[in-house]
Design a protein around this ligand. Sequence first.
Ligand code: ARG
Length: 476
Amino acid sequence: MTYSYIIKHPVLKTVFKTEDTDMALWGGRFQGETSALFKLFNDSLPVDYRLFEQDVVGSIAWADAIASVGIITAKECTDLKAALNELLVEVGNDPQAIISNGAEDIHSFVEQKLIAKVGDLGKKLHTGRSRNDQVATDLKLWCKKEGAALLARLGTLHAELIALAEREVDAVMPGYTHLQRAQPVTFGHWALAYVEMYERDISRLQDALNRADSCPLGSGALAGTAYPIDRHALAAALNFARPTLNSLDSVSDRDHVVELCSAASISMMHLSRMAEDLIFFNSGEANFISLADEVTSGSSLMPQKKNPDALELIRGKTGRVYGSLMGILTTMKALPLAYNKDMQEDKEGLFDVVDSWAICLDMAALVLSGLKVNRPQALVAAQQGYANATELADYLVAKGMPFREAHHVVGEVVVFAIGEQKPIEDLSVAELQKFANVISDDVYPNLTIEACLEKRDVLGGTAINQVQAVIAAKKA
Ligand code: ARG
């Protein structure tokens, strides 16, 4: 039987050298051969090769741990660590070479290479350790490293938005509710809304990383290692804040994967909303902004087109990130303690989530850095759509009319103005007085864009000095 999808598989595409395939870590118990299909199905090296560095670093710490309890001598420990460090350099130079190896997973790969270097000594390293605590440790180390890189990327995007808010602090644009022009705001104020969102994303990710900062190594297969390892020292050697406290939980916990996917999903939701706002602002209909050539593409047919592909891809990739979150939640649902092979499915989605989130953060920052606001067009739009109707109602309130009544009166004014095809401020005092006789000449200064903005001079409001104060505080 042939399997058409096998050709897509990086391992089975390769003709294995027999010494590679004979290296399964669990051969002794078995008399029959495993089928090629099972190997294809079971092997995780094509995915988990990305844990190489963490597997070696974890192995170095484990060598010290077993030396400290006399399982290997100090000399053996030195030799093992030297070989592992050598491997780190060799593979670091050619990481793609890992996946052409026929080993079952990254742990088998590292052990196989170690044995090739130091012979029987290499076979001692796995004493007291299981791939269950090993993979849990590797993956947490990976999450911590990638998480730190993601925090830096979020920081860059945050800085880019603050810079945009500063450049466009007084650029007026319409603010929307229901995608109907509602009240004027500034572009700076719009940018700061996303700053708030990304700050929450940063704190959510930090929070998740703090919880992930416990070391499972020394938990063995599930019941704890049988050697009196100092797990506090081991955790410290691997730069974890603390060791885990229950071996069953240690090998079966994938909360850090779920939490990273969840933090990514929420952040991607924010990125997709920002992308959608900008796609709309960039549309021919709105034309409030223009995007740099470097982040747009053309149409193969229509020569005039300049499409916001970068933003559309951010919006689109949000879907696959959510998909991976659902995937890991569903994989973990109702899994019995402790390790189950289902959990091998944790990595592909996580890696894709982290890659997608990272590139979207970078792309969003690049889009913002080259974004130009078309101020005249945005101002004209802000002046249309009766965005100053609330100001007229507030004016009537100041003249003593209860707000509910003022709201009704202004509604009638707007209907009249629409009929006249005029904005409110172009109606005469005589026309306005038909609706409320308290209206006089002093109404007009209240109806300007400047007045609309200046009146929102409250913490969190769109008044320019408020936005400037927030920018200054964020920068400090
Ligand atoms: N490749 C496995 C995974 O990623 C490693 C752990 C294997 N453990 C086991 N008991 N078979 O989950």
